[in-house]
Design a protein around this ligand. Structure first.
Ligand SMILES: [Zn+2]
Length: 321
């Protein structure tokens, strides 16, 4: 929208123009020279001059008054564009650096970089989540802090709802328990019963299990098959191991249904087939982590459903500052 922008120099232009018109009008208006006819002729001449000059003056004023405004707009636009460009460059630099440090595969990183304007808002949505534990990276290199962390909202699961339980005493964080119920209801509608077999594992329980594994199979096998105490996703209280806790579970209707649908309910397969190098764990078709619907969608859209890539990326992104 054009607006008038007056400076002192413009006002002086206007005043000078007004004086000029006034003087010119006066000189052409021989008011004291007596003759009425002459007076009329003089008056007409001044009027004609005024009529001719006024549009010219108006044009001059518009030209003079709008020129600085245009250049101010141009300058402001240029400054804003430079700021935008800087922000964009900063974000682009950060994105490239984080994709590298998170070791995101090149083809996946290229898609993200090419779709930066769609990716960054999706990332913001995930980062704005009020529960940082949903996106917390916990793997064989990254333990919980403190290592003996205990969630504050654990609830005991019962089989009164839509899912079954493998044994009594299973604990899960409240939001995950609610999400499990929602998912189990959907599965039930398809004639499928989900069975929660293993959920929250305390730090002390992990020490017990790990030491037993080391005694029975040696440390190398124990490290491969299980997590060291403080390094298990189960300690988050956001994980459910379903059914038989074996590879065969993938072939069951429940295993197939979960692989297909868990993401819609905010659950994500933590250790997919063929990604042991990335996750540190061999395939576990039964182990699902509740990450929330937004993060589950983010993992599927941008990281090909590989939770570890997304959590590693978020971890590195938050460390960047
Ligand atoms: Zn598990």
């Amino acid at each position: 929208m054009a607006s008038v922008f007056l400076t002192k120099s413009h006002l002086s232009y206007i005043l000078k123009a007004m004086c000029f018109i006034k003087i010119f009008a006066k000189s052409g208006y021989p008011g004291n020279q007596g003759n009425k006819k002459q007076r009329c002729t003089g008056h007409n001449t001044a009027k004609t001059v005024l009529v001719c000059i006024t549009p010219l003056m108006a044009l001059l004023l518009v030209t003079v008054c709008t020129r600085p405004q245009s250049s101010v707009i141009r300058e402001e636009t240029t400054v804003q564009a430079a700021v935008d460009q800087n922000n964009k460059t900063d974000y682009n630099d950060r994105l490239q650096a984080v994709l590298r440090s998170a070791e995101i595969p090149q083809n996946m990183a290229a898609v993200i970089l090419n779709s930066e304007s769609a990716f960054l808002p999706d990332l913001s949505v995930v980062l704005e989540s009020s529960d940082p534990y949903l996106r917390l990276l916990v793997d064989k290199q990254d333990p919980l802090v403190p290592q003996n962390y205990i969630p504050s909202d654990l609830v005991e699961l019962t089989d009164e709802g839509a899912f079954l339980i493998g044994r009594t005493g299973l604990l899960l964080r409240y939001p995950a328990a609610v999400a499990l119920e929602e998912m189990a209801e959907a599965a039930q509608e398809k004639g499928i019963n989900l069975v929660a077999s293993s959920t929250y594992r305390s730090y002390d329980y992990q020490i017990e299990v790990y030491n037993r594994n080391v005694r029975q199979s040696g440390q190398a096998v124990a490290d491969r098959e299980s997590a060291r105490p403080g390094y298990s996703q189960h300690q988050l209280g956001l994980v459910v191991d379903f059914g038989s806790i074996s590879d065969d579970y993938a072939k069951t209707p429940a295993g197939r249904w979960l692989a297909e649908n868990a993401g819609h309910y905010g659950w994500s397969l933590s250790f997919p087939d063929g990604y042991e190098d990335i996750t540190g764990y061999r395939w576990e078709c039964w182990h699902y982590r509740y990450v929330g619907k937004k993060l589950a969608r983010f993992i599927d859209i941008w990281f090909g459903g590989i939770q570890q890539y997304a959590l590693r990326f978020i971890h590195e992104w938050e460390l960047f500052d």
